[in-house]
Write a protein that binds this ligand. Structure first.
Ligand SMILES: [Zn+2]
Length: 299
């Protein structure tokens, strides 16, 4: 069997980031939904301290606010979906959430005119670039950080996720796919330290050519194409430009995990380990963390 491992540290969580941040000016972006295939427009607005991250469904008039929190996660099949009390939802939020985490945005209002965040190029780099069009803005209020105090582990067959106390946010991830194309890269992986924008943000989501028909017949991946995903065939990567990183697959799993973990509602200080896991276990991990007040504290 094959095995890919990557160790990624986000070392800058504690420096110069004592205050909560938002964006300086509103910014807009358009794209299509990966699963719906529908066009969607999104506009990001600055928000005040302690506002958090909220999606506003502009195509709906009533009960259209959905808070980006672990407790609002209602579906984790292929992507992460959140819903409010009225059942109004927004899906595929993880790449945008990942960019917001990576850029340390605590408070932001996201207006969207449909039920799915646009997939863009399948990574979070377009959201990073979008926020770079404006800038981050420090608010006059201290940021709170969620410190993990106990070891928490969730297992499902041979997949698992863990959180452990640590003096910074660090992520360790392993994947194991029965594809020769992914196995070829496993020997080339090594310890990597770096920042979100250069090492993680441009890693794209991926899928297997053999699954495309099944997904489409189930009404999924209708917007999927070589423009927004790495497609792994039997013997080759179908994208003409190939991969952006030799280990793009595991980097994307880290990108996803950073996004899912940001649904904690605050930056996490702790060590995360994911083994062949995904959105479902990430959410169960947060549910388990918050199930007992002894597991964490805010600092
Ligand atoms: Zn993803």
């Amino acid at each position: 069997m094959l095995n890919l491992a990557l160790f990624f540290k986000m070392i800058d969580i504690s420096k110069n980031l004592n205050n909560q941040q938002t964006i300086a000016e509103p910014v807009s972006i358009n794209g299509i939904g990966l699963h719906s295939g529908a066009n969607v427009s999104m506009k990001l607005y600055p928000a005040e301290a302690d506002y958090g991250i909220k999606f506003i469904r502009k195509d709906l008039v009533n009960n259209n606010i959905i808070e980006a929190l672990w407790s609002n996660v209602t579906n984790t099949k292929l992507s992460t979906t959140i819903s409010n009390q009225s059942g109004v939802s927004v899906s595929t939020i993880e790449h945008l959430m990942s960019a917001l985490s990576g850029l340390h945005i605590d408070n932001i209002k996201i207006e969207i005119d449909g039920p799915e965040v646009p997939i863009m190029d399948g990574s979070s780099i377009k959201f990073v670039d979008l926020i770079d069009q404006t800038s981050t803005y420090s608010l006059n209020k201290k940021r709170k950080i969620l410190k993990v105090k106990k070891n928490i582990k969730i297992k499902n067959n041979d997949s698992s996720v863990e959180l452990k106390p640590n003096n910074q946010f660090s992520i360790d991830f392993e994947i194991d796919f029965p594809s020769k194309l992914i196995s070829k890269q496993s020997c080339q992986l090594q310890l990597i330290n770096g920042n979100y924008k250069t090492d993680i943000a441009s890693a794209r989501t991926f899928g297997f050519e053999k699954d495309v028909d099944m997904l489409r017949s189930n009404g999924l991946a209708l917007g999927g194409s070589l423009d927004n995903a790495v497609v792994v065939g039997e013997s080759r990567i179908l994208n003409s430009d190939g991969l952006r990183f030799k280990d793009e697959f595991v980097r994307h799993k880290i990108l996803d995990s950073i996004g899912d973990l940001y649904l904690a509602g605050a930056p996490i200080q702790g060590y995360f380990f994911g083994n062949k896991s995904g959105h479902h276990l990430n959410n169960l991990l947060l549910r388990s963390l918050f199930a007992n007040k002894n597991n964490y504290e805010y600092i």
